[in-house]
Design a protein around this ligand. Structure first.
Ligand SMILES: Nc1ncnc2c1ncn2[C@@H]1O[C@H](COP(=O)(O)OP(=O)(O)OP(=O)(O)O)[C@@H](O)[C@H]1O
Length: 613
């Protein structure tokens, strides 16, 4: 498809989607149309009344019909007053509608973010996503509250003024009409040229936000590596690009108004000359000419403004386009209609349970099953990008309640394996099963809630320590939270804080140490009644003594839970039931610590390297 056609289709699509949002408020919009109509009709009567008032003034002192002049002036005042009131009500109504639309759009975008596959966040800058949810939605919102009114006002005014001009003098309309096509063509030409500039403007701003977001989150690294000046330089470049694209878009966007204005002013000279001739011929009064000129100004005004509105609308289109592109991103595939739902043995879930024979695959009509946590991978393959296999022929069997350690060099595929267990991604070939149920046929939500997970990059949110630990489980009591904290060896630290469990963690928990953060996330995971646990470098930030304490507590809590542990420090996984050694995406060795040492292979080399280190 050629580019202009594609752009046109894209524009129509954006317009349709925007229309769908507007349609939700159809009755309010109908009221807005009525108010616009009323306000503009009253305003349109003004010039006619002014013409009548002028015609009541004849040359010579005694010839002014004051009564008539006052009569028309009073009506003019009344109509303009009514027009202003309706116009005010209209603005209030449009602000209300646009606020509602901005609210729904933000809600939709936010909900969408929770439905997008994890991969989306790997390929899109956070700042750019933030820019869409804040700046782009704001742009659309402002445009809807002002531009829509202006457009409808313009349409009514143009039609109304043109009809009045026709009524006053069709001949003079012919003279005036010469300049209309010129101004319309000019507007069309300039807006066609400027449309892409507005799209670039939004994209550059998104890039700038992405950069600033990266810079803020990486402050420590930035300073440690003395990148301040370098970052400032890069920021300057991006800031300049954003400002330049803004300037270019506005520059060309605003050129339309004055150009069209010039053409319209030409018409004023023509009307004056031909109006004078018609007056001499006796076919028009001075009042008529005055009214005609006022209507011609009213007519040209919206055409001038239309150019500005169009340039505004172009930035709205660009912003709306970015919002809808995000909303149209492919979501995580929906679960199969008859997908199985896992239920935790210990959970208080009251939903009926049909199958208790964990190792017997249920029929698909039996939706909910209790699982024990028997995890098997059979000839599993996976790649993030086509033709770039990351995991190859992965096979293992984790019996319920056992601890499986995954070790391997950086980039060997350990985290990817965890991603597959949680179904953040699906295997390309082969299968992963839990209690003999292929996880492809299990609802993602129930599968994920069968695991407790502690990740390398601890994530805490702005809230109390209690809320942070209780995250993910409903109706948790303080006693339960304390029990989990004690097991995670963080209770005594929390109790030493002036506000204990009510202490508010600042954004991302920056007011406590990394190790303490990690212990809080471990307490959070311990609180969940799951059959399976994933610890991705979970104890990497705590000292060896605390780590040993945590491990012993975990062993106790994890009795009968299947646990996957990714660890770089091999000392922490020596008592694992099975260690999987991954090398370049393949499991090259597996067995207990002693068995692997006896094999004198990759594991032994890794172990000796750490031991010697
Ligand atoms: N989202 C992604 N898109 C494309 N490639 C990816 C993605 N995530 C990881 N990879 C690639 O997959 C390979 C395995 O990455 P993975 O994160 O699983 O390694 P890892 O063993 O956990 O490493 P580390 O010990 O450093 O955490 C790496 O080569 C990495 O570059």
């Amino acid at each position: 498809m050629n580019k202009p056609k594609h752009e046109r289709i894209q524009k129509q699509h954006t317009l349709l989607r925007l229309g769908a949002y507007l349609f939700r408020y159809k009755w309010l919009l109908l009221l807005a149309v009525v108010l616009t109509f009323a306000s503009n009709t009253f305003a349109l009567l003004g010039p006619m009344l002014s013409g009548y008032a002028i015609d009541a003034i004849q040359p010579g002192m005694g010839n002014v019909r004051f009564q008539e002049v006052f009569y028309y002036a009073a009506y003019m005042l009344l109509f303009f007053f009514a027009s202003s009131i309706f116009s005010y009500l209209l603005s209030i109504l449009m602000i209300h509608i646009s606020r509602q639309i901005a609210y729904s759009m933000r809600k939709d975008v936010f909900n969408k973010l929770t439905e997008l596959p994890i991969g989306y966040f790997n390929t899109h800058q956070t700042g750019d996503i933030l820019s869409r949810i804040s700046y782009d939605i704001d742009t659309v919102n402002t445009s809807l509250s002002t531009d829509l009114v202006q457009i409808s006002t313009s349409i009514i005014t143009v039609i109304g003024a043109f009809s009045m001009m026709l009524y006053l003098s069709p001949k003079l309309v012919l003279v005036f009409a010469v300049t209309i096509p010129i101004s319309i063509l000019l507007t069309k030409y300039i807006t066609g040229k400027t449309r892409p500039l507005f799209r670039i403007r939004s994209a550059k701003l998104g890039e700038l936000n992405g950069f600033v977001e990266e810079m803020i989150s990486g402050q420590k690294t930035l300073r440690a590596y003395h990148q301040e000046e370098n970052t400032i330089c890069k920021f300057k470049e991006k800031n300049k690009a954003a400002v330049d694209s803004y300037y270019t878009a506005e520059y060309y966007g605003n050129i339309t108004g004055p150009c069209v204005n010039l053409v319209n002013n030409l018409s004023l000279s023509f009307i004056s000359i031909f109006g004078a001739l018609l007056y001499l011929a006796g076919s028009m009064t001075i009042g008529n000419i005055s009214s005609f000129i006022l209507y011609s100004r009213k007519f040209s005004g919206p055409i001038n403004e239309a150019a500005n509105i169009i340039s505004d609308f172009q930035s709205t289109f660009a912003a709306a386009d970015r919002i809808f592109r995000l909303l149209e991103e492919e979501e995580e595939l929906i679960d199969e209609p008859d997908a199985i739902r896992f239920k935790n043995e210990k959970s208080n879930d009251t939903e009926p349970n049909h199958s208790n024979q964990a190792s017997t695959p249920s029929t698909l009509s039996e939706q909910t099953v209790i699982i024990e946590g028997d995890v098997t991978a059979q000839h599993a393959y996976f790649s993030y990008q086509p033709d770039k296999p990351i995991l190859k022929d992965i096979n293992f069997h984790a019996k319920p309640g056992t601890m499986i350690a995954v070790v391997g060099s950086t980039g060997s595929g350990k985290t990817t394996l965890i991603n597959l267990l949680m179904r953040f991604y699906d295997v390309d070939k082969g299968s992963i099963t839990v209690d003999n149920y292929n996880i492809k046929h299990v609802t993602r939500r129930s599968l994920r809630s069968s695991y407790a997970m502690v990740l390398q990059d601890t994530w805490l949110f702005h809230g109390s320590i209690f809320e942070n630990i209780a995250y993910g489980k409903e109706n948790v009591t303080l006693d339960e939270v304390i029990e989990a904290s004690k097991a995670a060896k963080i209770h005594s630290f929390i109790m030493r804080l002036p506000k204990g469990y009510d202490t508010i963690l600042s954004d991302d928990g920056t007011n406590i140490s990394k190790g303490q953060k990690q212990l809080i996330t471990i307490a959070r995971a311990m609180l969940l009644d799951t059959n399976m646990l994933i610890l991705d470098e979970a104890t990497s930030n705590v000292d060896t003594r605390t780590e040993q304490q945590i491990q012993s507590a975990m062993r106790k809590i994890m009795a009968n839970k299947t646990c996957f542990v990714i660890a770089h420090r091999l000392s922490t996984i020596q008592n694992a039931d099975c260690i999987l050694v991954i090398h370049e995406g393949k499991i090259v060795e597996s067995g207990t610590h002693d068995e692997l040492l006896e094999q004198h292979g990759v594991y032994e080399k890794m172990y000796m390297a750490q031991f010697e280190g």
